[in-house]
Every structure is written in C-alpha cells, then in structure tokens.
Design a protein around this ligand. Structure first.
Ligand code: APR
Length: 237
C-alpha cells in the first residue's frame, strides 16, 4: 500500500535533474546547457545540416564526459526498486546519459535516445558510438563516409517508444516524475495521461516545475535524498 492505495504498476519518468548530483549539467538550471548554447543551433536537424561540426563537437564532448561521472543514490534507488518491487516498474528517461544503466537498472526506456549510440543515415542502423565521430567518419556497418549522426532525438523529431509509453501510462497505478522541468512535450504531458487514467501522481524536484499542479504529491528536495525515501516507502508496502 502507498498512501492508502494498492500499487502494482509504476511508471517513472526521469529528467536531467536526476543526473545533476552526479555532475552532469541540466538544460534549464542557472548553469544549464541551454544557458551556454542555443538549443536551436545544436539540437535540431536544421542545426545539424547548417553546422554539423558544431553538433558533432557538442555531442562528442557530452559523451566523453560520461566516464568521468558516476551514478548517484537516486539512480541506484530506482534500480533497487526495479529489482525488488513485486509489481511492475517501467523506467522511461528523457536523459541520454548512461547513469541509470551504470546505477544498476537493467531496463531503461530512452525516449530521447542515447549519447553512447550513433545512427547512420545511409544504412539506417544504430550502433555503439565508441569514439568521436564526425563528417569524415566511415560507418562501421556499411562503410559509407559522412552519414553518421548522434542517436539523440532533436527538437522537432518524434521521441522513441511512444506507443509503449502511452500504454504504460494508461495502465499504471502510480506515476512518478523525477528531475524534469515539465517544459518539453510529449514527456511533460505524461502526468496528465496518467492522471486521466486514475493514477496517483508524485513529483520529485528541487523546485516547482511547469506541471507541478498535476501532481497529487510534490516532494521538494534533491533527487538523491527524495528518491531514496520514496523507494523505501514503496518497498515497505
Ligand atoms: N534534484 C531534483 N531535481 C533537480 C535537481 C536535483 N538535484 N537538479 C535539478 N533539478 C530539476 C530542476 O529543478 C528542473 O526542474 O531538474 C529539472 C531539470 O530540468 P531541465 O534542465 O529542463 O531538464 P529536462 O526536464 O530533463 O529537459 C527535458 O529538454 O532540451 C530537452 O531533450 C532535452 O531531455 C531534455 C528535455
């Protein structure tokens, strides 16, 4: 039981805030990535066509930062929930980092793609991005040069796995959003879908988000503290 309700199916949405305490910049906090770069100059197909070198540099740099940071207690708490909760836990993240996996999560739905993956526009395949790549790189799969791009969903592109996410939102008893500003759709609308189907909704954030009003509960504070407390409560049943 959790706040008087029987909880069997949980959907968890994470955003950049869950990785902030690991040392990865968020997008819209005071020192965020979009304070230093115009997202329209970096994270759109048009930006990539206009200045591919800038976009390759941005995503190569963010991928190269991953080995320098570690998952934090919030990532680890969610992995424990996935392992120990008797019901179903569906973890969907907007993050393109690998900290959920390195924190112990075996199943992670990356709706915005992953820094450690790259796409070839020639053979239309996704493959591990093991080293830096740019317009002079050959595809390891088809060998064609200059058609590789980050496997990251840019503004104006359709996020991955939306059908499965929709089904999970319609079917869950509990929806938890962690460390997301609720600014970017479709992820920002997930809470309303869950709410419309009768789910209990809980938000974990260090401050108010754009969609806080749709949550039954707002747990204000750092994700490393609040997620650990939430997971303990859920596992205590
Ligand atoms: N603990 C809890 N919440 C935190 C912490 C923390 N330590 N640090 C930051 N936050 C919260 C902020 O208050 C903010 O609400 O995390 C949120 C981060 O918001 P954004 O930077 O907008 O990141 P996110 O919501 O993941 O962005 C969504 O926008 O640019 C696109 O594709 C990109 O996936 C990204 C999407």
């Amino acid at each position: 039981m959790f706040h008087g309700r029987f909880i069997n199916r949980i959907v968890i949405l994470t955003g950049a805030g869950i990785s902030a305490e690991s040392g990865l910049s968020t997008f819209r906090d005071a020192d965020g990535l979009w304070e230093k770069h115009d997202p329209m100059e970096i994270a759109t197909p048009e930006a990539f066509a206009r200045d591919p070198a800038l976009v390759y540099r941005f995503y190569n740099a963010r991928r190269n930062q991953l080995p320098q940071v570690e998952p934090n207690d919030a990532h680890r708490a969610l992995a424990r929930l996935q392992q120990e909760f008797p019901g179903d836990v569906f973890l969907v993240t907007q993050n393109v980092d690998d900290l959920h996996e390195r924190g112990g999560s075996a199943e992670v739905c990356h709706m915005h793609g992953e820094l450690n993956s790259m796409l070839c526009a020639a053979c239309e395949s996704a493959m591990p991005a093991a080293a830096d790549y740019d317009a002079d790189s050959d595809c390891p799969g088809c060998g064609i040069r200059g058609r590789l791009r980050p496997d990251v969903v840019w503004f104006g592109e359709m996020p991955y796995h939306m059908e499965e996410i929709e089904l999970r939102l319609m079917d869950c008893d509990l929806f938890v959003a962690i460390g997301t500003s609720g600014v970017v759709y479709p992820a920002a609308g997930f809470v309303q879908r869950a709410l419309a189907h009768g789910a209990l909704t809980v938000e974990v954030n260090k401050e108010v988000s754009d969609v806080t009003g749709f949550f039954h509960q707002q747990r204000k504070g750092p994700a490393t503290r609040e997620v650990a407390v939430l997971v303990e409560e859920l596992l205590a049943g």
